[in-house]
Design a protein around this ligand. Structure first.
Ligand SMILES: Cc1ncc(C[n+]2csc(CCOP(=O)(O)OP(=O)(O)O)c2C)c(N)n1
Ligand SMILES: [Mg+2]
Length: 566
């Protein structure tokens, strides 16, 4: 067998780029690649089989988020690519670096328009990252440029603003001799900060504020800038709200962290954005809600500073006073120092007083919520807060959590730790079905740590076959399904719509919002795919279920039957 062909060269390039995991679902147009992968030379690369492409991409997304490195996904021709596109768009909106390779029959069949023929590059264009040269989707048409394009794909995926890219691999190109050199792909250095003049200007604009606000998102975590963000917020005495915030961008227990905003209704976030007289926006889009406010987000005379590595986001929807291309870590570090210089003693004192006021308010709100949780602690049907409280007692500080609990997420956020960078991940960009595969991707990335994935019943059905991947590869994620027998969030949102349109709020919800018919048993759905599971319906069943879940490092699922009320 000739090992100097494209398929072997491609795998050698993956080795050179440190790839140890492939996520995918195979077809016959990738058979030569998977055949080569069996070779002794590539034993350090593990192929994680997903039984649906959406699951493969979502697993890769979480893996890449956890390790901050591009993950590689293999899809099959138009059919496999099409199944993966939704999750690729999710990765695009989340800036996750993914290299997606899709096989196709071969260039020699181009004129025949065979069974699986399609223009994969065109199909993928809206779903991949774009850079100045256009959408990052390419097709290899000559063996002399296979590795050139593969390296370009890695570089493009990992260069901020990061995102998914596509490389189409005609099968016959991979069978041709390949003599390209194997050279590791080098990252593009992007720790860029504005010059001192811009930083000084930003510091002056923010420093005199009586009611400063920081809006931040996952760009902070991507830059590992949590400490610098805290330093700026503390100097300003500014409350910090997340917007597109689905990771630990700041320790959640910090007194100035107000919460994960920006999900559904702009009216909710406008309550705090419009109050501010100075706003620092960093590492997020403004505003990310499904139904954002069209106007009046910021006070007319508010001073707005926006730093981002994606200049498209700067002043995209609203004017800013100062906008700058900036990596959050160096930029916020410089800003904190500049604020020390610019702020007078009186301003520093006021900032300190604001921190104490915000801290007291946060403590008060927290105590109220704790009290309301305590009041329903022993109820049946179970309340999620009770289950999460008991779960928190079993979860070590450095555990990784994937949170797709949706309407039960607020209860989860009150109980589980989200303080250590890189330990807490939520679904983003409104994507459903990311929780089960997300928990798998985190565990593949960190096999020695406890990983818990908390998902809704609706979300988990989208990618339920992820459980078979857990069993097949013995990926020891612990899954919790919040079984409220409904698309509960859709009910909340329709109720809000009724309110906004002055309609009665006690009407019947559309039948399609209910999942009670048939009763979905996630314990047996898991067992049928080789994952041990238990159903929990009463408070006294929680502890034994957790004992079983955390008794070993194998995958386990708890189907928690919850109150479905609003
Ligand atoms: C792929 C996809 N399909 C549909 C939706 C619309 N959607 C958003 S949330 C939701 C229901 C989620 O239900 P569940 O996971 O049970 O959480 P709950 O609302 O009950 O807390 C649906 C259908 C979506 N966001 N993404
Ligand atoms: Mg539900």
């Amino acid at each position: 067998m000739d090992k100097n062909t494209g398929r072997f060269a491609l795998l050698r390039q993956l080795l050179a780029d440190g790839v140890t995991s492939l996520f995918g679902n195979p077809g016959s147009s990738e058979q030569n690649l998977l055949d080569a992968l069996r070779d002794e030379e590539f034993q350090s690369i593990r192929y994680y089989l997903s039984l649906h492409e959406g699951t493969a991409v979502a697993m890769a997304d979480a893996y890449a988020r956890a390790l901050r490195t591009p993950a590689v996904v293999q899809l099959h021709s138009y059919a496999g690519l099409a199944n993966g596109l939704g999750m690729m768009y999710y990765a695009r909106r989340g800036y996750t670096p993914l290299v997606v390779v899709a096989g196709e029959a071969g260039l020699r069949y181009e004129a025949l328009d065979g069974q699986m023929a399609a223009d994969l590059v065109t199909m993928a264009k809206p779903f991949v990252k774009s850079d100045h040269n256009g959408p990052c989707a390419w097709r290899v048409v000559d063996s002399g440029s296979l590795l050139r394009l593969l390296r370009r794909a890695f570089k493009a995926a990992a260069t901020p603003p990061m995102g998914p890219v596509l490389l189409v691999l005609p099968m016959d190109v991979l069978d041709q001799p390949n003599t390209e050199p194997i050279v590791a792909t080098r990252p593009v250095y992007s720790r860029i900060a504005p010059d001192a003049g811009v930083i000084g200007n930003a510091a002056r604009l923010l420093s005199g504020a009586k009611n400063p606000l920081v809006l931040m998102g996952d760009g902070i975590a991507a830059s590992n800038a949590q400490d610098e963000l805290v330093a700026v917020a503390e100097r300003l005495g500014a409350v910090v709200w997340g917007a597109n915030c689905s990771e630990v961008n700041m320790p959640a227990s910090h007194p100035l962290f107000a919460g994960y905003g920006g999900h559904m209704f702009g009216e909710v976030s406008r309550k705090y954005t419009a109050l501010a007289d100075a706003v620092l926006i960093c590492g997020t889009t403004v505003m990310p809600e499904v139904f954002p406010s069209i106007e009046g987000i910021f006070a007319a005379d508010a001073r707005i500073v926006q730093f981002d590595l994606n200049t498209s986001e700067i002043a995209k929807n609203f004017p800013v006073t100062v906008g700058a291309l900036a990596d959050p870590k160096p930029a916020l570090g410089m800003l904190a120092t500049a604020l020390d210089d610019v702020m007078g003693a009186a301003e520093k004192k006021e900032a300190g007083e604001r921190i104490r006021r915000i801290e007291a308010q946060k403590r008060g709100e927290r105590e109220q919520l704790r009290a309301s949780d305590a009041a329903v602690r022993d109820r049946t049907p179970l309340r999620a807060s009770r289950f999460f409280e008991d779960l928190a007692g079993r979860v070590p500080d450095d555990a990784l959590i994937f949170d797709e609990a949706l309407t039960h997420s607020p209860e989860l956020l009150r109980t589980l730790p989200q303080d250590k960078p890189g330990t807490y991940f939520q679904t983003r960009a409104g994507m459903l079905g990311t929780g089960l595969p997300g928990g798998l991707g985190l565990k593949v990335a960190h096999p020695d740590r406890v990983v818990v994935s908390v998902v809704g019943d609706g979300g988990s059905m989208q990618t339920i076959q992820a459980l078979s991947t857990a069993a097949r590869h013995n990926i020891g994620t612990k899954f919790v399904v919040c079984n409220n027998r409904s698309y509960r969030i859709l009910k909340y949102n329709l109720r809000q719509y009724w309110k906004d349109h002055n309609q009665p709020t006690d009407q019947a919800f559309p039948d399609a919002f209910d999942l009670a018919r048939p009763i979905l048993r996630f314990d047996t759905l898991a067992q049928g795919q080789g994952v041990d599971a238990v159903r929990v319906e009463k408070p006294e069943e929680i502890a034994p279920a957790l004992d079983r879940a955390f008794g070993d490092d194998r995958p386990f699922l708890i189907d928690v039957v919850l109150d479905s009320g609003l």
